[in-house]
Write a protein that binds this ligand. Sequence first.
Ligand code: KG4
Ligand code: ZN
Length: 337
Amino acid sequence: MRVLGIESSCDETGVAIYDSDAGLLGHVLYSQIKLHAEYGGVVPELASRDHIRKTIPLINKLFDQTGLELTDIDGIAYTAGPGLVGALLVGASIGRSLAWTLARPAIPVHHMEGHLLAPMLEADPPSFPFIALLVSGGHSMLIQVDAVGQYRLLGDSVDDAVGEAFDKTAKMLGLPYPGGPELARLAEQGRADIYKFPRPMTDRPGLDFSFSGLKTYALNTWNASDKGAQARADIAHAFQEAVVDTLAIKCRRALQQTGLHRLVVSGGVSANTRLRQRLDKLAADQQAKVYYPRLEFCTDNGAMIAYAGCLRLQAGQYASATIEARPRWQLQDLDAL
Ligand code: KG4
Ligand code: ZN
């Protein structure tokens, strides 16, 4: 089965074709970074308008690159949520209409299920069950994954998501949007042991996360510093260490608590080099194995949506001919395959 996937939940337009026999046939991505940079963050209305401009040309490019025709597609998957409603509606409208025109089934895909399954596109995919750490701009979650669609939420963010905390702290330090990768780059020039930031919610049992206090801690440290270039890098370093350490402590807890030995890490923040180093070490200590998507599939992309949609369509799931956008949608509410 060959599935066209469309991602448009935030500031990236991604399209891809996944074939259940041959694997990923092609993918194309367009990032709106330049569009939002001057505002220091994503402007939802501008995002929607840009998805409208870009989605169909990107689909054309994808078909040119793969040498396929629209009629070679057996089904269409589109991100239905969670995300920005206007942005979601663009991919949903185009995906659903295309499916209707071609008389093919369409499946609304949960964006975080896409992230969660992204490591399955790699050469050595994890087998079930496993623990998934999902860390993106909108979510920080620890999930026990027993099978596709069987998700047990072990820990969730009580305030800011990890990526959001990276972005807000970066902005406060005067770094351009998107702040996460910029802050990570700056942290490399920071010195260890100059500042020691707290590890939120690690002194009590449980797997929930809270990162907004860390952002305030960074702000107060910045205001008390000489606001020079070295102080900025030292704060970036201390912030990143605190985030990475906190995530690693919770991952170790989740592995120990469940007795599982496989850890999947995905979502935008899984591109972070320091986080990968720390979790690789944790996995070695715990006799566990950690799985990541390739770097370009850590952040939003169409490939993960085509893949997740393909699994569901193959299992006989599809939606009625309505355009679905679900800005708030719980991962635990998904049907099992
Ligand atoms: O998964 P994603 O592309 O979009 C959402 O679903 O939210 O994640 C984007 C988030 C942003 O907050 C971005 O700053 C963060 O991932 N991010 C990073 C890195 N690369 C992306 N954060 C820290 N270090 C990175 N290298
Ligand atoms: Zn995402």
